[in-house]
Write a protein that binds this ligand. Sequence first.
Ligand code: ZN
Ligand code: ZN
Length: 271
Amino acid sequence: MVLVSAQIKFCGVSDSLIDCAQALMRMSLIHNVAPYGGDELTSKFALSRRDKNIRPWPKNKCVVCAPNLSKKADDRERDTARGGGGGGGAKKKAAAPVGIGPPVNLNLDDDNDDSDKEEDDADKGGPLEDVPDCACTLMGPNSGHRIHTACLQKLQAADPNWECPRCEDLRRRAAIGADDGVTYCAAIRGGFKASTKIQAAVDACKAVVAKNEKIIVFSFFKAGLDCVEGALDEEGVECLRFDVCGNQPVCRVHPIILHEFISRRQRVKSP
Ligand SMILES: [Zn+2]
Ligand SMILES: [Zn+2]
């Protein structure tokens, strides 16, 4: 059995130990689909979160004007190929998915699940409307994706078969992984390609379970844990999930989850 756990804060441990543990968690199990609210998609992979409406698309944000990580990575690659440095008007804060293009300063604070920031694009581009269902090819009907009327008209004029940029971005980021990465959860919105770290975590869990033992996986990134949870489920490994929500100053694993983790007998789910 695996306890997949996000953002546990330790009690009764020295500050430096907490710092070390948190630093490790901040860097672990980030998948390319994780930054900028990728759990909108990855939560569908995780059995424990699949039915919840995780981080719905903000009503005041346009799928065209919001950061599109795949396109930014493409632009950066093009800039680098040209040998150009700055140019291109790329915003300073832009972060690319890990693994594409040259190394970038990925601002982890922006990717933290807790940083739910309201971005006020609404007034800048005029009124917003729902992206037509037929264009939301990944997240499907009622995705909640929103678009400026002006942006919608531009897309429709450019290509009658246009796809929702947010859906396209999520799909492309989910498909970036290790060269020989396995695609997990393929039946769920095309699934995701395992990155090296995600695959290593899955392999480590399987090895422990094979020895009839239990393991705890920590990460700051719920989206990364969604991927691990989805992959483990597919591999027939039983998991419990514990997420810390919000900014609780001190948090212990919920007693019921802890009791279940301790008392439940290790077993691999029957196929
Ligand atoms: Zn727009
Ligand atoms: Zn969409």
